[in-house]
Design a protein around this ligand. Structure first.
Ligand code: FES
Length: 243
């Protein structure tokens, strides 16, 4: 664990005022490489929660009535961690890429529960809360773990690709048609962002390193549904039962 980060246990006020003056690109550099704008370093800034009143109306919808809707906006955990790293301790390690719940990079233990930090609003947490790296995966440092290494070996183990009848590549061949309902089911199984939360929370995976975990079972289900995949039930059983 990083010494500088672990020593920083004193109370650290996190300034939420950046939200108020945030320009479109203010937090665009999730890795914290961009210096803060001068206003963000102003010690007189006031902490505040934004309440945004937006005029809502859809002229395409006959049932729509113009109305003002209020949204309350709080800081996400991503913003809070970025603020800490940019203003208090540049050595703090954590991972973010998309900040939209798509890449799965920001999974961590939030009050002991595996969750995505970019989808967690600080306003939904108590004034004091704890963060720790996901267990089970190789620790890179602080809140950063190497889920990619585990996902890679899992993918190879369950052979996470379509097993076609022929290995010959024919670029002139027409795409195979698929029933839209079936495509939708496969798409649903493809939506896993491989954040590692399911494995980190799984007691069986923690006790039995040969257990492939929910993420792999989802993968197997996805290829089992795919009519192009020629593997049999016995093949799939082998894929996830072999140690
Ligand atoms: S940063 Fe991509 S899922 Fe959170």
């Amino acid at each position: 664990m990083n010494t500088a980060a672990s020593n920083a246990t004193k109370e650290v006020p996190i300034d939420t005022s950046r939200l108020g003056g945030k320009a479109a690109g203010d937090d665009a550099h999730a890795c914290g490489k961009q210096p803060l704008p001068a206003t963000a370093r102003d010690p007189n800034r006031v902490h505040r929660q934004l309440r945004i009143n937006i005029l809502r109306y859809n002229p395409q919808d006959p049932a729509s009535v113009p109305h003002v809707q209020q949204f309350q906006h709080g800081m996400t955990l991503f913003m809070a961690l970025n603020e800490i790293r940019e203003t208090l301790d540049p050595s703090l390690q954590f991972d973010f890429v998309c900040r939209a719940g798509i890449c799965g990079s920001c999974a961590m233990l939030i009050n002991g529960k595996p969750s995505l930090a970019c989808r967690t609003l600080t306003k939904n947490l108590d004034a004091e809360f704890s963060l720790a790296p996901l267990p089970f995966f190789e620790l890179i440092g602080d809140l950063s773990v190497n889920t990619g290494k585990w996902m890679r070996q899992m993918s190879e183990r369950v052979e996470s690709w379509v097993h076609l009848k022929s290995h010959d590549v024919d670029l002139t061949r027409l795409e195979e048609r698929m029933d839209p309902e079936l495509a939708e089911k496969i798409y649903e199984l493809e939506r896993c962002v491989e954040c590692g939360c399911c494995v980190a929370a799984c007691g069986t995976a923690r006790m039995r390193p040969d257990f492939v975990g929910a993420v792999a079972l989802g993968r197997i289900a996805r290829f089992k549904l795919d009519p192009r995949d020629t593997r049999t039930d016995a093949d799939f059983y082998e894929a996830y039962s072999a140690a």
